[in-house]
Design a protein around this ligand. Structure first.
Ligand code: SF4
Length: 372
């Protein structure tokens, strides 16, 4: 079931040329410090050399990794290869913004061993892209995806967003249809949500931004799953679809299967055994810590057996891997399971419990419902 049990490595690139008004990921727009950050990431990596000797996935995310120039990205990847060992089959993913994509950059990334590209398209509709405050236009996004598709990457994925105000089912399906026309290996379809302290959350609090309600969002979700599975994609996690078993994201699957992962960079999270820890959410704080030779950790938690079980349920209900029926022990919970089966929210197969597509809509609530 696990694609592999080897740990994954994540690098959080905390730089964006501009901030999108809906985004709560940690990033700053002062890109002048990228060189310093690369040095700090490598110092942080050295601290973990013994605990994490071998990885089989490396995900350069952000933020916007494509803001790095050739020397910076080459220095980062070569430095990490000097410090850690990577399995021969390593999945090396890099996130790109459409307006950074050029033929030359793609060839360069390929020469460095990048074998999977994740492109932040969000929409192929000009009005929607403008509403989301993206730096690129829908036309630029199309040109970028064409370049990636022709650029020799067998595996590339697109990030798309639905549930925008005034977005119709028709325009969303047009975006999905356009996405499929490029032959992607993977699609991540996220629902727009109001997060943290962002311009969109301030607009929302002031009554100046209203997202579609739960029923409308649910209908779009089901429409998305129906459309993409109809086109042959595997709906393997609430927001993620793969063209085949081979093109599931090996790296992201680790997050949902309690496989260890190490996160480097400001605000990056790590997990091993029963411990989770996270770095300070500040570029200055991160650089200062590593300059002084101290760990840039902002917090940590040791998960109890009960918390681990609850997480296994949460991950199980939101993915196609499901969970073992033995996780459900009490009589009351077993009765609840039968009710959920009758309602079409879950299925029982081979001593495992799986969410149905309709069940994915309630994935966050199902663990509570069966934990009586
Ligand atoms: S959505 Fe991507 S490009 Fe926009 S601010 Fe967030 S991390 Fe940066």
């Amino acid at each position: 079931m696990n694609r592999t049990a080897l740990p994954g490595l994540y690098v959080h690139t905390p730089f964006c040329k501009t901030k999108c008004p809906y985004c709560d990921f940690y990033s700053v727009t002062k890109t002048a410090r990228i060189g310093e950050w690369v040095g700090a990431v490598l110092r942080e990596a050295s601290r973990h050399r013994d605990a994490f000797p071998l990885f089989d996935s490396l995900y350069i995310g952000g933020g916007t990794p494509s803001v790095m120039n050739h020397d910076e990205i080459e220095g980062l990847l070569e430095g990490l290869s000097d410090i850690f060992h990577f399995d021969d089959t390593t999945e090396l993913t890099m996130e790109l913004n459409p307006d950074d994509v050029t033929k030359e950059k793609l060839a360069f990334y390929r020469s460095l061993g990048v074998n999977r590209i994740s492109l932040g398209v969000q929409s192929f509709n000009e009005q929607e892209v403008r509403f989301l405050g993206r730096r690129h236009t829908a036309r630029q996004a199309q040109a970028a995806v064409s370049l990636v598709a022709q650029g020799g990457f067998a595996e590339f994925g697109l990030d798309l967003m639905y549930g925008l105000p005034r977005q119709s089912t028709r325009t969303w399906l047009q975006t999905l249809r356009k996405a499929l026309s490029f032959g992607p290996a993977h699609l991540s379809c996220y629902q727009l949500t109001i997060e943290g302290d962002t311009p969109f959350s301030r607009l929302s609090r002031g009554g100046n931004l209203q997202l579609p309600g739960e029923a409308r969002q649910g209908a779009l979700f089901l429409e998305t799953s129906n459309y993409l599975t109809g086109a042959g994609f595997i709906h393997y996690e609430i927001s993620n679809f793969a063209r085949s078993e081979k093109t599931l994201s090996r790296h992201n699957a680790k997050y949902w299967q309690h496989t260890p992962y190490l996160g480097l960079g400001p605000a990056a999270h790590s997990f091993a055994g029963t411990k989770r820890w996270w770095n300070v959410r500040s570029l200055d704080g991160y650089l200062e810590n590593l300059d002084k030779g101290t760990a840039p950790v902002g917090g940590s938690e040791e998960l109890s057996a009960g918390q681990m079980r609850l997480e296994r349920m949460l991950f199980g209900f939101r993915t196609r891997w499901g969970l073992e029926t033995s996780e459900i022990s009490s009589e009351a919970s077993r009765a609840t399971l039968e009710g959920l089966c009758d309602s079409g929210l879950i299925e029982l197969r081979d001593k495992r419990i799986f969410s149905t597509v309709k069940g994915y809509l309630f994935a966050d609530r199902l663990p509570i419902m069966v934990s009586a």
